[in-house]
Design a protein around this ligand. Structure first.
Ligand code: HEC
Length: 148
């Protein structure tokens, strides 16, 4: 451990001690601390890794999701669900970043989607959302929404 850190350190000269040396001396006097230190590095790295994945991940709908949706909306299919997702990604990113379906409950989406549709249609033109599109987006967000 000590030798590895010495090699990595930019300060090889004995006259220029580096804070890594003090860490090495401390760790060599307390060998059991080495594993604690390594564990800490590992845990921190792992948490950063998971957090960075979670921030970009939007769940891909499955048949189980479509089946859950069909309980609320008879005849609802995975095709409808995927269409809703695509329409949401297309229309709901015109003014802000993509909002994750899991960030709101079904009840919240039922309020937010009509509000946002109104906003989109005020601007008119390319952002406009018609009734069929609104319906598919709402059903997608409700189905994939935060469990209540
Ligand atoms: C015309 C622009 C525009 C479009 C299109 C748009 N939004 Fe928004 N959205 C906004 C603005 C502005 C805000 C922030 C102000 C507010 O909350 O009213 C916002 C806020 C939100 C919020 C946060 C609200 C809260 O209470 O936390 C959510 C969720 C959201 N939008 C979802 C959507 C969805 C879903 C769609 C597609 C159906 C959509 N937005 C389309 C302009 C838009």
């Amino acid at each position: 451990m000590l030798n590895i850190l010495k090699m990595l350190s930019p300060y090889h000269s004995k006259n220029q001690p580096h804070h890594l040396y003090y860490l090495c001396i401390y760790l060599s006097m307390n060998p059991n601390k080495v594993s604690i230190y390594m564990k800490k590095i590992f845990v921190v790295t792992f948490v950063i890794f998971v957090a960075s994945c979670a921030s970009v991940k939007v769940l891909v709908p499955t048949q189980a999701d479509a089946d859950r949706g069909a309980k609320k909306y008879p005849g609802y299919t995975l095709v409808d669900l995927n269409q809703g997702k695509a329409l949401c990604e297309q229309h709901c990113t015109a003014c802000h970043g993509l909002k994750k379906p899991g960030s709101k409950t079904a009840e919240e989406w039922k309020e937010i989607v009509p509000e946002m549709t109104e906003k989109a249609n005020e601007d008119g033109g390319s952002t406009a959302i018609d009734a069929k599109t609104e319906d598919l987006i709402l059903k997608y967000l409700v189905t994939m929404g935060k469990p209540e």
